[in-house]
Design a protein around this ligand. Structure first.
Ligand SMILES: N[C@@H](CCC(=O)N[C@@H](CS)C(=O)NCC(=O)O)C(=O)O
Length: 204
């Protein structure tokens, strides 16, 4: 299996998931501006969509779209999923909300939004995070252990800090819990992002 990612992109969620699962995988970073991978290959040859994440399976199948990849990982590695009769449905509900509402609301921040659009986006994202925090049930979104939805949410929380978006208290704590996990630290280290979380944890 091979993950194509870009530092601090939404592919960080998949990166953490693979490490949490203890999966054997390769990884290669992608320059999203030039569409070149770290080894100089044309990323458009991996996926004509040209965006990360992309997960190439051992049989050559290429998975794209974060919701699909994270759902596939949670199915393959059930400790990353949500148990119970409605477990998978609740997980997809959370992934869809994070992807189509929260992630999408960051667009003016990453792209060329003006100051008014950015201020509106901050309000919207805070409200969406408040909505999600209300349905949280335990230390993580679905209880005492994190699921793939928490990994995706964690990326959104890193973005929120970067763009000065107010985050509900419950998610400040969730972010700290995520940062304390070895898999998250390993993914952040690989992506050159450990400095972003220095205030949450001390690395002796
Ligand atoms: N619909 C895709 C969107 C993924 C996406 O927005 N990826 C961003 C990074 S977070 C990207 O690669 N952007 C570069 C581009 O679109 O050219 C998904 O949900 O996986």
């Amino acid at each position: 299996m091979k993950l194509y990612y870009s530092p601090l992109a939404c592919s960080l969620a998949d990166h953490i998931a693979l490490l949490e699962a203890g999966a054997t995988f390769e990884r290669e970073s992608v320059d999203l501006k030039t569409k070149r991978t770290a080894s100089g290959a044309d990323f458009n040859d991996v996926t004509p969509k040209g965006y990360v994440p992309a997960l190439v399976l051992d049989d050559g199948e290429v998975l794209t779209e974060n919701i699909a990849i994270l759902d596939w990982l949670a199915t393959k590695y059930p400790t990353l999923g949500v148990s119970g009769e409605l477990g998978r449905t609740r997980l997809l509900e959370a992934l869809a909300f994070i992807s189509t509402e929260v992630h999408r609301a960051f667009k003016p921040m990453w792209h060329t939004g003006n100051d008014i659009q950015k201020a509106q986006a901050r309000e919207t994202i805070s409200r969406l995070l408040d909505n999600l925090a209300e349905s949280r049930d335990g230390d993580f979104l679905f209880g005492a252990t994190p699921s793939v939805a928490d990994f995706y949410l964690f990326v959104m929380l890193l973005w929120a800090e970067r763009f000065d978006v107010r985050t509900p208290e419950a998610f400040v704590a969730l972010r700290r819990r995520m940062v304390s996990r070895p898999a998250a630290q390993a993914a952040l280290r690989e992506e050159g992002l450990l400095k972003l979380v220095e205030t949450d944890v001390s690395y002796a």
